[in-house]
Ligand binder design. Structure first.
Ligand code: FAD
Ligand code: DLZ
Ligand code: SF4
Length: 510
């Protein structure tokens, strides 16, 4: 009998490890285990989401005639690890071989590579071909290139998969419509309610389990309304295409107080655990363009996130691990402030984004990048702590997606492997793209002093402190010219405001 182990983020019927599974000949194992549920303090919603989705997936496999062994988290025999559960099943039954699709995280792949020897049984690790670009394909693309830029990778993906193409030309004549996608939200904006699902009996059981077993984990468990089946994940996608995609482009970078979901798709939860596949999401958006229900700037912008950024980020991860996790270009070492877990800070933008993260296990890209990420960079937070936080708090977080976004996009801890400059910004950016500043006790327009928006002086302080590493960067050198022109007294104010603020931060109050 062959044993097929399916991990919590491998919930796709087309999974490589299931492709040749035969009812009656194979057994499929899914296990809720302590090691996976606690290697970081995952948000309660993330655990509940995955456990419920795993349980529903097991039922879907059974209804196709497969024999499934499902190990509940609180089962008395549960050994607490995936290895332990494989071993336990091997001891109870005659197993000839283990087949697994390669896990999405390096730590687990590294561990599994020793399983064949430890189990004394053949272990076949299959490629995860749910991505459009394989790790090897990305390595080939990257080899010999001086710089790794999303834009060139993205164009190749568009060509290779014939997405938004007119023979060999991009539809509409341009590859990228990003310049149209930076609108601030108007005062009156009707944002549709996100797709939501009433918990069924299975989800209710899991919610009770998570309440019981993970009381010290971050985040609000209730209300819980995520999809946990493929059917409902597809409905989420359909609702996005029908109700939000049209404005996705215009308001992609906009942030509005009280509107955590905006016009984003909210499909990362489902894509990353396998309930949705990337190409079906891309084709659904492409169809909306051809049907005339969504404009090209929205459709191209959305598709770029999936076939561009998502694939590119994963490629960077497998290209650069394991060293990538230890990079720290700016030698940043400040501890993560306590308010990252509570949201208790006077800085309204951070307060809103963290409180929403706590409530929803979700924040949209610009909140992650330009509010929380920007602050993490400017305050010099230690990359490993920032990374662990992002991995824990979002229900779509897996290291392959999280780490390059943290070490590459927000912290520039990789020294610019794929970003041409750090995404540092002052309060002016947040004020331009949101209405957070209207409700803040700090003033975005004030540059120094007690009332000044901390992003304003921290921005210059960051540039000053890292001058040696950044001044030579052609995309940053212009900014140093403004710094050079600043009076000494202004520079001193910036430095002393930053010292005061960061000292307060170290005492945990901002
Ligand atoms: P939409 O805005 O609707 O975008 C559509 C899809 O594009 C997303 O579902 C996602 O699959 C993909 N996508 C968009 N941007 C990225 C990106 N930069 N990297 C990878 N995929 C992208 N995304 C994750 O899936 N998992 C993570 O752990 C994760 N961590 C992040 C950490 C930081 C510091 C930052 C800045 C971004 C991170 N992202 C991560 C990327 C992005 O923020 C989320 O994919 C997005 O917010 C999910 O919401 P959505 O489905 O509504 O996305
Ligand atoms: C994230 C997660 C959690 C919380 N729990 C489990 C689990 O109990 N069993 C399981 O098989 N997978 C879980 N996962 C997903 C894994 O952590 C994920 O497969 C690896 O991190 C590789 O991406
Ligand atoms: Fe954030 Fe500064 Fe605006 Fe306050 S003033 S919301 S801290 S950007």
């Amino acid at each position: 009998m062959r044993l097929r182990l399916v991990l919590g983020d491998q919930l796709s019927l087309s999974l490589s490890s299931l492709r040749d599974a035969k009812p009656g000949e194979d057994v499929i194992l899914l296990a809720e285990v302590r090691e996976e549920a606690t290697y970081v303090r995952h948000h309660k919603k993330k655990i509940a989401f995955l456990f419920s989705a795993m349980r529903h997936f097991a039922e879907a496999l059974r209804s196709l005639g497969h024999r499934v062994v499902y190990v509940n988290y609180d089962s008395a025999e549960n050994t607490g690890s995936l290895f332990g559960e494989v071993l336990r099943l091997m001891e109870a039954e005659t197993v000839s071989e283990l087949i697994v699709t390669k896990p999405g995280e390096y730590r687990l792949l590294d561990e599994m590579e020793s399983w064949q020897e430890r189990l004394g049984m053949p272990v076949e690790l299959r490629e995860d071909d749910r991505f459009l670009c394989s790790s090897e394909g990305f390595q080939e693309w990257a080899s010999g290139r001086k710089s790794l830029r999303l834009e060139y990778f993205y164009r190749e993906m568009r060509r290779d998969h014939a997405i938004l193409m007119e023979s060999d030309k991009p539809l509409g004549g341009q590859w990228n419509y990003d310049h149209d996608n930076r609108k601030k939200a108007p005062k009156e904006l009707d944002v549709p309610a996100p797709f939501s699902v009433e918990p069924d009996r299975v989800t209710e059981e899991v919610l009770a389990l998570v309440t019981d077993q993970f009381p010290e984990h971050f985040g609000d468990l209730q209300p819980f309304s995520l999809a946990v089946t493929r059917e409902d994940a597809l409905k989420t996608l359909d609702q996005f295409v029908a109700e939000r995609l049209g404005k996705f482009g215009d308001y992609q970078d906009a942030m509005v107080q009280g509107e955590p979901w905006m016009f984003h798709s909210h499909i990362s939860f489902y894509l990353n655990c396998g309930l949705l596949l990337p190409l079906e999401c891309v084709r659904a958006a492409e169809r909306a363009y051809f049907d005339g229900t969504a404009p090209l700037n929205s459709v191209e912008g959305f598709i770029r996130q999936i076939v561009g950024w998502r694939e590119f980020i994963r490629g960077i991860y497998w290209l650069s691990m394991p060293d990538y996790a230890g990079l720290n270009y700016f030698e940043a070492s400040r501890n993560l402030p306590e308010f990252y877990w509570t949201g208790e800070t006077q800085m309204n933008c951070l307060h809103q984004c963290i409180v929403e993260t706590k409530a929803n296990a979700y924040a949209h890209h610009i909140q992650r990048l330009m509010v929380i990420g920007n602050f993490s960079l400017l305050a010099g937070l230690a990359p490993k702590q920032v990374s662990e936080w992002y991995l824990a708090v979002y229900a779509d977080a897996y290291e392959w997606a999280e780490l390059p976004n943290v070490n590459g996009m927000i912290l520039f801890a990789d020294g610019g492997l794929f970003a041409s400059k750090p995404y540092a910004a002052s309060g002016a950016y947040i004020n331009r793209m949101s209405n957070y500043c209207e409700h803040c006790s700090y003033s975005h327009a004030t540059k120094t002093g007690e009332k000044a928006c901390p992003f304003n002086y921290l921005y210059w302080n960051f540039l000053h402190q890292n001058e040696e590493k950044l001044r030579g960067n052609p995309r940053v050198s212009m900014i140093y010219r403004s710094w050079d022109k600043m009076s000494d007294s202004k520079k001193n104010e910036i430095r002393s405001d930053s010292r005061r603020f960061l000292a307060q931060l170290d005492g945990t109050q901002a």
